[in-house]
Write a protein that binds this ligand. Structure first.
Ligand code: F3S
Length: 289
């Protein structure tokens, strides 16, 4: 068996930046009181590493918190930011600059009277934060059915969750355009993410099965699973090397492996090393790209 590793695997720019900011703050904060507003990264192994550096997840908002609170790469709504500021802690904003751009497009158009439509998962932290910038004049949609919820007459500004599946965004934004020809559509899917999705599709054409490595809670990793399945490939979603089942892989001639934007390199390396060991056993060949 041959194994191909996707070049776009691993931490994206925004996640890497937030991770480094958190580690830097942990070193600088004498009290060791560094909190993240929710899990910094949707990956259990990365969270464990942060925990080992004394970085904790903020459990509740209360007054007089001594220390630092880090805003995640997903960003927050203006209301949430105010609540965090009221705690008295030092606030360090690790919002990904690309998410900030989407927040600013939303605020700008909401102020001009547009109704904001976010194509994304309304339960995801990034989308909740983005909606907050729409000033109560917005909605998150995920399916064609949700299109019924759009106001019958309004000026629409449409954006995407940065990790949105490109095909879904294209489909829904085209449907919106049919009904609201004047709607302004901003494709705000992150480039990093788009490249990962495209590489994954190419990889699917080259291999017989795909292994997606990443946290089960990670939206972009789950999207990779969705894409690989929709390309008709047998897909194995593993959080670590321990979840690999060699017997299920042994009949494939060629397997592709891809890590999500929140999958640390060291987790991916462990999966690859386990495959390396199995390779000796099963006569597999591993190569990048
Ligand atoms: Fe930022 Fe794109 Fe990552 S928006 S957090 S660089 S997926």
């Amino acid at each position: 068996m041959k194994v191909r590793i996707a070049k776009t695997s691993g931490f994206c720019f925004g996640v890497k930046r937030a991770f480094e900011i958190a580690l830097r703050e942990a070193k600088m904060t004498e009290s060791g009181n560094v909190f993240t507003d929710g899990p910094l990264i949707h990956n259990p192994q990365a969270l464990e590493r942060l925990q080992n550096q004394g970085i904790k997840i903020l459990e509740e908002i209360k007054r007089n918190i001594k220390g630092t609170i880090i805003i995640r790469s997903h960003g927050v709504s203006p209301e949430r930011r105010k609540e965090l500021e009221k705690t008295g802690a030092k606030i360090v904003d690790a919002t990904c600059p690309k998410v900030k751009i989407v927040q600013s497009v939303i605020s700008q158009y909401a102020q001009k009277g547009f109704y904001v439509v976010i194509i994304g998962d309304k339960s995801h932290a990034e989308v909740r934060g983005l909606l907050g910038h729409a000033n109560e004049k917005g909605i998150a949609i995920q399916t064609e059915y949700d299109l019924k919820k759009l106001p019958s007459s309004a000026k629409l500004c449409v954006v995407a969750q940065t990790t949105q599946n490109k095909d879904k965004f294209t489909l829904l934004s085209e449907k919106i355009k049919e009904r609201f020809p004047e709607a302004l559509i901003f494709d705000t899917i992150c480039e990093t993410n788009r490249n990962r999705q495209e590489e994954l599709k190419d990889l699917c054409n080259l291999v017989d099965a795909i292994i997606v490595v990443g946290g089960k809670e990670s939206a972009n990793t789950r999207r990779s699973v969705e894409i690989a399945k929709s390309e008709g490939k047998p897909t194995f979603f593993v959080e670590s090397e321990n979840e690999l089942v060699p017997d299920k892989l042994k009949d494939f001639k060629e397997v592709g492996i891809i890590g999500g934007a929140s999958t640390p390199d060291w987790v991916l390396s462990r999966v690859v090393s386990k495959l390396e060991k199995l390779k000796n056993h099963h006569d597999w060949k591993i190569e990048a790209g």
